[in-house]
Design a protein around this ligand. Structure first.
Ligand code: CU
Length: 153
């Protein structure tokens, strides 16, 4: 008898909880960064060092940052900024709202140290990009010829 009386109350409670969760998720989305990854590649490595290039586009209203990259192929992947042909490791790179982060030949790039295997041209390596705010994004980088440069095509 008591059980029957209680169960509608429980049901109402669960419904309310679900509704609140949905509202919270909705209310946060307009301010969130909306990131997509495109144009990625890795020039075929000639030793145990690899470079990675890609573009992260932010179509949201909030700035974000690329903070780290992980991959099965290397335990030591760093983000490098290039200034006047000198590169240095940085903790993050900005991905402005309504803009993009462009990693390309001669500029900022990802550096893969101590490659566990040396990928051949035509293969793909899997990476995961981590951001300050947005959820991680998985991407595949096709391995191109060693001196490949899309800017020359
Ligand atoms: Cu570098």
């Amino acid at each position: 008898m008591n059980r029957r009386a209680i169960s509608p109350v429980l049901t109402a409670g669960i419904t309310l909880a679900l509704t609140l969760t949905a509202l919270t998720a909705c209310s946060s989305s307009p301010d969130a960064p909306e990131l997509t990854v495109s144009g990625g590649y890795m020039p075929r490595p000639v030793n145990d060092l690899g470079a990675g290039f890609l573009t992260v586009t932010n179509s949201g209203d909030t700035d974000d940052k690329l903070t780290s990259v992980t991959s099965d192929i290397s335990d030591d992947i760093t983000i490098h900024r290039t200034d006047r042909q000198t590169m240095r490791e940085v903790k993050s790179l900005d991905i402005p709202a309504g803009g993009e982060l462009d990693l390309g030949r001669g500029g900022n790039h990802l550096m893969f140290m101590n490659l566990k295997s040396r990928p051949e041209q035509g293969q793909k390596i899997s990476i995961e990009l981590h951001f300050e705010k947005a959820d991680p994004i998985k991407a595949e980088l096709p391995v191109k010829e060693t001196n490949y440069n899309p800017a020359h095509h």
